[in-house]
Design a protein. Structure first.
Length: 261
């Protein structure tokens, strides 16, 4: 019914400890920042709105390549789409690398969880630096829909409430030749979704390899979260929505150039 295209808008460098709770903070990995294009049923829907253009190479102390309006326009152009053609913009959550270019989508209705919206203006202390209030406040002037929990957006597209990484993160269930779940940052990478049972080499967006030891739990939490118990509950909710092999994490380099559906 739909096709799903993860489009790379930027690259961000972060310590392994962001992707993996208690992971090494001195090993740096390069991850893609995606915007996700969903097309079908006469609609063009985008999930997330990218990261801002770096200043002197950095955004919030993270080294970033690409990004900004140019990054979004180029990413969409690679799929033959312009920002004004997007009729719905789903923001999985309001961290700075998911909302920066929202203003470009002024023909779109914008879907955000109400709990995420409230939390962005009064975040937990450790999240104060990952919400850009000036950017988020401008969304108020747009065609914004605050959603309370799971929500059917259209035939074959549903918002799925998955709190834990943030207070109001939402994934997107899409019928695309099988049921897919775009998990946003609930899972940064396939590492969080399929923790290795044996020693494993993680390859980042630049081909750098980092050894990851075996992990005993069914899911590997990321380093950034607001509630770990809720995070694990949301993992099992995700599995009730889509099979493990059809859950797509938010920043995995292996998704660059892929098309689903
Ligand atoms: Zn995030």
């Amino acid at each position: 019914m739909y096709t799903i295209k993860p489009l790379k808008q930027a690259e961000i460098m972060a310590p392994l400890g962001v992707v993996q709770m208690l992971g090494d903070m001195s090993s740096l990995i390069v991850a893609p920042v995606f915007v996700w294009l969903i097309e079908g049923n006469d609609r063009k829907i985008l999930v997330d709105a990218g990261i801002q253009e770096p200043v002197n190479g950095f955004v919030h102390n993270f080294p970033v390549l690409g990004g900004g309006e140019k990054g979004i326009r180029e990413a969409l152009a690679s799929a033959g789409v312009k920002p004004e053609e997007i009729d719905a913009l789903i923001l999985t959550h309001l961290h700075f690398d998911h909302v920066a270019e929202t203003e470009l989508f002024d023909n779109a209705r914008i879907y955000i969880q109400k709990r995420e919206w409230k939390s962005a203006f009064n975040p937990p202390i450790h999240y104060r630096l990952v919400y850009d209030v000036e950017v988020i406040q401008k969304i108020e002037e747009m065609d914004v829909c605050l959603v309370n929990g799971d929500f059917k957006l259209d035939e074959g597209i549903e918002l799925v409430f998955l709190p834990g990484h943030t207070q109001g993160l939402q994934g997107v269930k899409v019928e695309a030749n099988g049921t897919y779940l775009l998990a946003g940052d609930h899972f940064y990478s396939f590492l969080n979704l399929n923790p290795p049972k044996e020693q494993f080499e993680l390859e980042d967006a630049r081909g750098n390899k980092i050894a990851i030891p075996p992990y005993p739990l069914p899911f590997m939490p990321p380093g950034l979260h607001v509630d770990l118990t809720e995070w694990f509950d949301s993992c099992f909710k995700a599995l009730s929505v889509a099979k493990r092999k059809r859950i797509l994490p938010g920043h995995d380099p292996s998704l660059i150039g892929k098309v689903f559906g």
